[in-house]
Design a protein around this ligand. Sequence first.
Ligand code: ZN
Length: 413
Amino acid sequence: MKKEQRSKKPRGLITTSATANNRRDQKEQDIIVTPQTNHDLVDLQKENHSLSIIASNDPSMAQLLATLESTSISKCNINSTSMNSNHKPAQDQVMDQTDSISPQDDLIEILSTPDRGLAVFASRKIKAGNLVLAERPLLRLSKEEENDSDAIEREFSRLSHADQKIYLKLFDAQKSRMTRVTSIYYSNCYNLDSFRPDGKGGSAVGAIASRFNHSCVPNLQLSFNFDKNLMMFYAIRDIPRGKEVCTNYEKNVFDAAVTRQRKLQMYYGFMCQCEACLGPAKNEFWAKSDQRRRAMFEAFKRIQECEKGYTASAVETEDPDPTQSVYIVEALAALVKLESLLVKEGLNGVVLTNTYRSLSKWSERLQDYPQAARWKEKEEINSLHGLGPHAFRTIECDKKIKELVRRADETGQ
Ligand SMILES: [Zn+2]
Protein backbone atom coordinates (compact mmCIF):
# COMPACT_ATOMS: atom_id res chain seq x y z
CA MET A 1 0.00 0.00 0.00
CA LYS A 2 1.23 3.43 -0.88
CA LYS A 3 2.39 5.35 2.14
CA GLU A 4 1.41 8.97 2.29
CA GLN A 5 4.31 11.25 2.93
CA ARG A 6 2.72 13.98 4.92
CA SER A 7 5.52 15.52 6.81
CA LYS A 8 9.22 15.62 6.80
CA LYS A 9 11.40 14.19 9.46
CA PRO A 10 13.18 16.92 11.32
CA ARG A 11 16.61 17.31 9.78
CA GLY A 12 19.47 19.71 9.49
CA LEU A 13 21.45 21.96 11.70
CA ILE A 14 19.60 24.70 13.42
CA THR A 15 21.12 27.26 15.65
CA THR A 16 18.29 28.58 17.74
CA SER A 17 18.35 27.69 21.38
CA ALA A 18 15.41 25.76 22.69
CA THR A 19 13.02 27.42 25.06
CA ALA A 20 9.93 26.26 26.84
CA ASN A 21 7.73 27.59 24.05
CA ASN A 22 9.23 25.69 21.16
CA ARG A 23 8.60 22.19 22.34
CA ARG A 24 5.87 19.99 21.02
CA ASP A 25 2.93 21.58 22.64
CA GLN A 26 -0.51 20.07 22.95
CA LYS A 27 -1.75 22.94 25.05
CA GLU A 28 -3.97 25.30 23.15
CA GLN A 29 -4.98 28.85 23.72
CA ASP A 30 -8.19 28.82 25.68
CA ILE A 31 -9.78 29.36 28.35
CA ILE A 32 -11.39 27.35 31.06
CA VAL A 33 -11.68 23.75 32.02
CA THR A 34 -14.87 21.85 32.78
CA PRO A 35 -14.65 18.01 32.38
CA GLN A 36 -16.53 14.39 33.91
CA THR A 37 -17.08 10.61 33.26
CA ASN A 38 -19.87 9.07 31.28
CA HIS A 39 -19.51 5.35 31.66
CA ASP A 40 -21.28 4.57 28.41
CA LEU A 41 -18.73 6.64 26.62
CA VAL A 42 -15.88 5.16 28.56
CA ASP A 43 -16.90 1.78 27.20
CA LEU A 44 -16.09 3.05 23.73
CA GLN A 45 -12.50 3.19 24.81
CA LYS A 46 -12.22 -0.45 25.71
CA GLU A 47 -10.58 -1.43 22.50
CA ASN A 48 -7.61 -3.54 21.76
CA HIS A 49 -4.46 -1.66 21.12
CA SER A 50 -0.97 -2.80 20.69
CA LEU A 51 2.20 -1.97 18.95
CA SER A 52 4.62 -3.54 16.60
CA ILE A 53 8.02 -2.67 15.35
CA ILE A 54 8.86 -3.71 11.84
CA ALA A 55 12.54 -3.68 11.09
CA SER A 56 13.61 -1.67 8.10
CA ASN A 57 16.07 -2.56 5.34
CA ASP A 58 18.50 0.02 6.56
CA PRO A 59 20.99 -1.89 8.76
CA SER A 60 21.49 0.95 11.24
CA MET A 61 17.76 1.46 11.50
CA ALA A 62 17.21 -2.24 11.87
CA GLN A 63 19.71 -2.24 14.69
CA LEU A 64 17.96 0.62 16.42
CA LEU A 65 14.61 -1.05 15.98
CA ALA A 66 15.97 -4.29 17.33
CA THR A 67 17.26 -2.40 20.35
CA LEU A 68 13.92 -0.72 20.80
CA GLU A 69 12.11 -3.98 20.48
CA SER A 70 14.25 -5.75 22.98
CA THR A 71 14.20 -3.03 25.58
CA SER A 72 11.82 -0.20 26.06
CA ILE A 73 8.95 -1.50 23.97
CA SER A 74 8.57 -4.71 25.83
CA LYS A 75 9.09 -3.05 29.15
CA CYS A 76 7.35 0.22 28.68
CA ASN A 77 4.51 -0.04 26.29
CA ILE A 78 1.02 -1.20 26.63
CA ASN A 79 0.22 -4.27 24.67
CA SER A 80 -2.93 -6.19 24.90
CA THR A 81 -2.21 -9.85 25.48
CA SER A 82 -5.71 -10.62 24.28
CA MET A 83 -5.05 -10.24 20.62
CA ASN A 84 -8.36 -11.49 19.44
CA SER A 85 -9.99 -8.32 18.17
CA ASN A 86 -13.37 -9.45 19.47
CA HIS A 87 -12.06 -9.33 22.97
CA LYS A 88 -12.14 -5.90 24.51
CA PRO A 89 -10.11 -5.81 27.67
CA ALA A 90 -10.80 -3.19 30.31
CA GLN A 91 -8.51 -0.22 30.23
CA ASP A 92 -6.75 -1.13 33.45
CA GLN A 93 -6.14 -4.70 32.40
CA VAL A 94 -4.57 -3.45 29.22
CA MET A 95 -2.41 -1.09 31.20
CA ASP A 96 -0.91 -3.86 33.23
CA GLN A 97 0.06 -6.03 30.34
CA THR A 98 3.41 -4.68 29.43
CA ASP A 99 5.45 -7.57 28.28
CA SER A 100 4.13 -8.93 25.05
CA ILE A 101 3.95 -7.79 21.47
CA SER A 102 1.43 -9.13 19.08
CA PRO A 103 2.49 -9.15 15.47
CA GLN A 104 -0.99 -9.89 14.15
CA ASP A 105 -3.03 -7.26 15.89
CA ASP A 106 -0.78 -4.27 16.05
CA LEU A 107 -2.00 -0.82 15.26
CA ILE A 108 1.20 0.87 14.17
CA GLU A 109 4.52 0.05 12.63
CA ILE A 110 7.72 2.03 12.41
CA LEU A 111 9.24 2.06 8.96
CA SER A 112 12.33 3.57 7.50
CA THR A 113 11.45 6.00 4.70
CA PRO A 114 13.79 6.97 1.86
CA ASP A 115 13.66 10.68 2.61
CA ARG A 116 12.57 11.17 6.21
CA GLY A 117 14.24 8.54 8.33
CA LEU A 118 11.86 6.62 10.55
CA ALA A 119 8.15 7.28 10.40
CA VAL A 120 5.14 5.59 11.96
CA PHE A 121 2.23 4.17 9.97
CA ALA A 122 -1.11 2.57 10.73
CA SER A 123 -0.73 -1.15 10.12
CA ARG A 124 -4.49 -1.55 10.07
CA LYS A 125 -7.55 0.66 10.14
CA ILE A 126 -7.75 2.61 13.38
CA LYS A 127 -11.00 4.10 14.61
CA ALA A 128 -11.27 7.56 16.14
CA GLY A 129 -10.95 7.34 19.90
CA ASN A 130 -8.69 4.27 19.89
CA LEU A 131 -5.62 4.30 22.02
CA VAL A 132 -2.77 3.91 19.54
CA LEU A 133 0.25 4.00 21.80
CA ALA A 134 0.95 4.21 25.50
CA GLU A 135 4.53 4.34 26.56
CA ARG A 136 6.45 5.19 29.65
CA PRO A 137 8.66 8.22 29.01
CA LEU A 138 12.38 7.69 28.73
CA LEU A 139 12.85 11.05 30.42
CA ARG A 140 10.32 13.25 32.17
CA LEU A 141 11.04 16.57 33.80
CA SER A 142 8.85 18.60 36.13
CA LYS A 143 7.83 22.16 35.32
CA GLU A 144 10.47 23.42 37.73
CA GLU A 145 13.28 21.39 36.21
CA GLU A 146 12.53 21.18 32.51
CA ASN A 147 14.62 24.25 31.71
CA ASP A 148 17.54 23.01 33.77
CA SER A 149 20.14 21.26 31.67
CA ASP A 150 21.74 19.69 34.77
CA ALA A 151 18.41 18.12 35.71
CA ILE A 152 18.05 16.64 32.21
CA GLU A 153 21.60 15.24 32.40
CA ARG A 154 20.87 13.82 35.85
CA GLU A 155 17.73 12.03 34.64
CA PHE A 156 19.59 10.72 31.62
CA SER A 157 22.36 9.32 33.85
CA ARG A 158 19.73 7.33 35.76
CA LEU A 159 18.62 5.45 32.64
CA SER A 160 19.77 1.93 31.98
CA HIS A 161 22.58 1.57 29.49
CA ALA A 162 20.14 0.18 26.91
CA ASP A 163 17.74 3.10 27.34
CA GLN A 164 20.61 5.57 27.11
CA LYS A 165 21.51 4.01 23.76
CA ILE A 166 17.94 4.41 22.55
CA TYR A 167 17.80 7.97 23.78
CA LEU A 168 21.03 8.96 22.05
CA LYS A 169 19.65 7.70 18.73
CA LEU A 170 16.68 10.05 18.82
CA PHE A 171 16.58 13.06 16.53
CA ASP A 172 18.91 15.87 17.53
CA ALA A 173 18.12 19.31 16.12
CA GLN A 174 21.60 20.28 17.35
CA LYS A 175 20.48 23.26 19.28
CA SER A 176 23.36 25.56 20.00
CA ARG A 177 25.03 25.99 23.38
CA MET A 178 23.68 22.71 24.66
CA THR A 179 24.99 19.29 25.44
CA ARG A 180 23.80 16.51 23.16
CA VAL A 181 21.58 15.02 25.86
CA THR A 182 19.86 18.37 26.46
CA SER A 183 19.54 19.13 22.76
CA ILE A 184 17.91 15.75 22.14
CA TYR A 185 15.53 16.43 25.01
CA TYR A 186 14.35 19.74 23.55
CA SER A 187 14.21 18.27 20.06
CA ASN A 188 11.79 15.56 21.13
CA CYS A 189 9.95 16.48 24.30
CA TYR A 190 6.20 16.89 24.52
CA ASN A 191 4.70 19.53 26.75
CA LEU A 192 2.48 18.02 29.46
CA ASP A 193 1.14 21.18 31.09
CA SER A 194 -2.43 20.89 29.86
CA PHE A 195 -2.85 17.41 31.33
CA ARG A 196 -2.86 18.62 34.90
CA PRO A 197 -5.49 20.91 36.42
CA ASP A 198 -2.79 23.23 37.77
CA GLY A 199 -1.20 23.56 34.31
CA LYS A 200 2.19 22.42 35.58
CA GLY A 201 2.80 19.10 33.90
CA GLY A 202 6.38 19.57 32.74
CA SER A 203 7.51 17.64 29.68
CA ALA A 204 8.57 14.17 28.55
CA VAL A 205 10.43 12.27 25.84
CA GLY A 206 9.30 8.83 24.68
CA ALA A 207 11.21 6.41 22.46
CA ILE A 208 8.28 5.71 20.13
CA ALA A 209 6.54 9.03 20.71
CA SER A 210 9.65 10.70 19.33
CA ARG A 211 9.17 8.84 16.06
CA PHE A 212 5.83 10.44 15.31
CA ASN A 213 6.27 13.06 12.63
CA HIS A 214 4.45 16.35 12.63
CA SER A 215 1.35 17.24 10.66
CA CYS A 216 -0.65 20.48 10.78
CA VAL A 217 -3.70 18.21 10.45
CA PRO A 218 -2.67 15.55 12.98
CA ASN A 219 -4.51 12.28 13.42
CA LEU A 220 -3.06 11.53 16.85
CA GLN A 221 -3.27 13.44 20.07
CA LEU A 222 -1.22 13.06 23.20
CA SER A 223 -2.75 12.72 26.61
CA PHE A 224 -0.55 12.15 29.63
CA ASN A 225 -1.62 9.84 32.43
CA PHE A 226 0.20 11.02 35.55
CA ASP A 227 -1.13 8.17 37.73
CA LYS A 228 0.46 5.59 35.47
CA ASN A 229 3.26 7.72 34.08
CA LEU A 230 2.25 7.00 30.49
CA MET A 231 2.28 9.02 27.31
CA MET A 232 -0.97 8.01 25.64
CA PHE A 233 -1.71 8.76 22.02
CA TYR A 234 -5.30 8.57 20.80
CA ALA A 235 -6.59 8.56 17.22
CA ILE A 236 -8.63 11.73 16.83
CA ARG A 237 -10.18 10.53 13.60
CA ASP A 238 -10.50 7.30 11.66
CA ILE A 239 -7.10 6.41 10.19
CA PRO A 240 -6.93 4.12 7.14
CA ARG A 241 -4.40 1.33 6.98
CA GLY A 242 -1.06 2.51 5.59
CA LYS A 243 -1.58 6.16 6.55
CA GLU A 244 1.20 7.85 8.47
CA VAL A 245 0.23 8.69 12.03
CA CYS A 246 1.29 12.16 13.10
CA THR A 247 1.03 14.51 16.02
CA ASN A 248 1.11 18.29 16.04
CA TYR A 249 4.30 19.95 17.30
CA GLU A 250 3.08 23.49 16.77
CA LYS A 251 0.48 24.83 19.13
CA ASN A 252 -0.93 27.69 17.11
CA VAL A 253 -3.17 25.96 14.59
CA PHE A 254 -4.64 29.26 13.40
CA ASP A 255 -1.39 30.35 11.76
CA ALA A 256 -1.16 30.43 7.98
CA ALA A 257 0.98 27.77 6.29
CA VAL A 258 3.89 30.13 5.72
CA THR A 259 4.02 31.08 9.42
CA ARG A 260 3.80 27.47 10.55
CA GLN A 261 6.57 26.55 8.12
CA ARG A 262 8.79 29.30 9.46
CA LYS A 263 8.34 28.14 13.07
CA LEU A 264 8.82 24.47 12.27
CA GLN A 265 11.94 25.27 10.29
CA MET A 266 13.29 27.40 13.11
CA TYR A 267 12.57 25.05 15.98
CA TYR A 268 12.82 21.64 14.37
CA GLY A 269 14.69 22.22 11.13
CA PHE A 270 12.20 20.78 8.63
CA MET A 271 9.62 21.87 6.10
CA CYS A 272 6.19 20.39 6.72
CA GLN A 273 4.58 18.71 3.74
CA CYS A 274 1.18 17.93 5.18
CA GLU A 275 -2.04 18.53 3.23
CA ALA A 276 -2.60 21.92 4.83
CA CYS A 277 0.93 23.08 3.99
CA LEU A 278 0.88 21.78 0.43
CA GLY A 279 -2.39 23.67 -0.08
CA PRO A 280 -3.02 24.32 -3.78
CA ALA A 281 -0.46 21.66 -4.74
CA LYS A 282 -2.63 19.08 -3.01
CA ASN A 283 -6.14 19.90 -4.23
CA GLU A 284 -8.91 22.49 -4.25
CA PHE A 285 -10.03 21.73 -0.72
CA TRP A 286 -6.58 22.20 0.79
CA ALA A 287 -5.98 25.30 -1.33
CA LYS A 288 -8.52 26.96 0.97
CA SER A 289 -6.82 25.84 4.18
CA ASP A 290 -5.20 29.23 4.87
CA GLN A 291 -8.50 30.96 4.26
CA ARG A 292 -10.21 28.68 6.79
CA ARG A 293 -7.47 29.20 9.37
CA ARG A 294 -7.63 32.96 8.95
CA ALA A 295 -11.38 32.82 9.55
CA MET A 296 -10.75 30.64 12.63
CA PHE A 297 -8.36 33.25 13.98
CA GLU A 298 -10.87 36.05 13.37
CA ALA A 299 -13.56 34.09 15.19
CA PHE A 300 -11.17 33.31 18.03
CA LYS A 301 -10.21 36.99 18.39
CA ARG A 302 -13.88 37.97 18.50
CA ILE A 303 -14.52 35.41 21.24
CA GLN A 304 -11.65 36.82 23.29
CA GLU A 305 -13.01 40.37 22.86
CA CYS A 306 -16.46 39.19 23.94
CA GLU A 307 -14.95 37.55 27.03
CA LYS A 308 -13.24 40.80 27.98
CA GLY A 309 -16.35 42.87 27.29
CA TYR A 310 -18.64 40.49 29.16
CA THR A 311 -16.38 40.30 32.21
CA ALA A 312 -15.97 44.10 32.31
CA SER A 313 -19.70 44.75 31.96
CA ALA A 314 -20.51 42.20 34.67
CA VAL A 315 -18.15 44.06 37.03
CA GLU A 316 -19.43 47.54 36.15
CA THR A 317 -23.16 46.87 36.24
CA GLU A 318 -24.91 46.73 39.60
CA ASP A 319 -27.61 44.19 38.89
CA PRO A 320 -27.32 43.15 35.29
CA ASP A 321 -29.46 40.70 33.49
CA PRO A 322 -26.56 38.71 32.11
CA THR A 323 -28.69 37.01 29.51
CA GLN A 324 -29.25 40.38 27.80
CA SER A 325 -25.57 40.89 27.10
CA VAL A 326 -24.78 41.53 23.46
CA TYR A 327 -21.50 39.73 24.04
CA ILE A 328 -23.26 36.41 24.57
CA VAL A 329 -24.97 36.50 21.18
CA GLU A 330 -21.76 37.52 19.42
CA ALA A 331 -19.57 35.02 21.23
CA LEU A 332 -21.94 32.15 20.50
CA ALA A 333 -22.09 33.11 16.82
CA ALA A 334 -18.29 33.25 16.62
CA LEU A 335 -17.94 29.93 18.45
CA VAL A 336 -20.41 28.17 16.17
CA LYS A 337 -18.43 29.46 13.20
CA LEU A 338 -15.14 28.35 14.77
CA GLU A 339 -16.53 24.90 15.48
CA SER A 340 -17.69 24.38 11.89
CA LEU A 341 -14.32 25.58 10.50
CA LEU A 342 -12.36 23.28 12.80
CA VAL A 343 -14.49 20.30 11.83
CA LYS A 344 -14.18 21.14 8.14
CA GLU A 345 -10.40 21.47 8.36
CA GLY A 346 -10.20 18.17 10.26
CA LEU A 347 -8.79 19.70 13.43
CA ASN A 348 -10.55 17.37 15.84
CA GLY A 349 -8.12 17.75 18.71
CA VAL A 350 -8.01 19.78 21.85
CA VAL A 351 -8.87 23.10 20.14
CA LEU A 352 -12.23 21.62 19.17
CA THR A 353 -12.67 20.25 22.71
CA ASN A 354 -12.01 23.76 24.04
CA THR A 355 -14.48 25.21 21.57
CA TYR A 356 -17.23 22.92 22.85
CA ARG A 357 -16.31 23.90 26.39
CA SER A 358 -16.68 27.59 25.50
CA LEU A 359 -19.97 26.96 23.69
CA SER A 360 -21.30 25.33 26.85
CA LYS A 361 -20.00 28.13 29.05
CA TRP A 362 -21.61 30.89 26.94
CA SER A 363 -24.88 28.95 26.66
CA GLU A 364 -24.88 28.71 30.44
CA ARG A 365 -24.38 32.47 30.63
CA LEU A 366 -27.46 32.77 28.46
CA GLN A 367 -29.13 30.50 31.04
CA ASP A 368 -30.00 28.08 28.26
CA TYR A 369 -29.13 25.05 30.36
CA PRO A 370 -30.39 22.33 27.99
CA GLN A 371 -28.19 23.74 25.20
CA ALA A 372 -25.26 24.14 27.60
CA ALA A 373 -25.65 20.45 28.51
CA ARG A 374 -25.70 19.43 24.84
CA TRP A 375 -22.47 21.31 24.13
CA LYS A 376 -20.94 19.80 27.24
CA GLU A 377 -21.84 16.33 25.96
CA LYS A 378 -20.04 17.14 22.71
CA GLU A 379 -17.03 18.28 24.72
CA GLU A 380 -17.10 15.05 26.69
CA ILE A 381 -17.16 12.85 23.57
CA ASN A 382 -14.38 14.88 22.00
CA SER A 383 -12.31 14.79 25.17
CA LEU A 384 -12.87 11.06 25.52
CA HIS A 385 -11.65 10.49 21.96
CA GLY A 386 -8.60 12.72 22.19
CA LEU A 387 -7.63 12.71 25.86
CA GLY A 388 -9.07 9.43 27.04
CA PRO A 389 -11.31 8.41 29.95
CA HIS A 390 -8.56 8.99 32.53
CA ALA A 391 -8.15 12.70 31.67
CA PHE A 392 -9.34 15.13 34.33
CA ARG A 393 -11.15 17.10 31.64
CA THR A 394 -13.18 14.06 30.57
CA ILE A 395 -13.98 13.24 34.18
CA GLU A 396 -15.17 16.76 34.97
CA CYS A 397 -17.56 16.83 31.98
CA ASP A 398 -19.87 14.25 33.49
CA LYS A 399 -20.35 16.18 36.74
CA LYS A 400 -21.00 19.37 34.82
CA ILE A 401 -23.60 17.75 32.54
CA LYS A 402 -25.51 16.51 35.60
CA GLU A 403 -25.39 19.99 37.08
CA LEU A 404 -26.67 21.57 33.86
CA VAL A 405 -29.50 19.03 33.55
CA ARG A 406 -30.49 19.72 37.16
CA ARG A 407 -30.53 23.47 36.53
CA ALA A 408 -32.62 22.95 33.39
CA ASP A 409 -35.16 21.01 35.52
CA GLU A 410 -35.15 23.65 38.24
CA THR A 411 -35.86 26.40 35.74
CA GLY A 412 -38.54 24.38 33.95
CA GLN A 413 -36.61 24.18 30.67
ZN1 ZN B 1 1.92 21.23 7.71
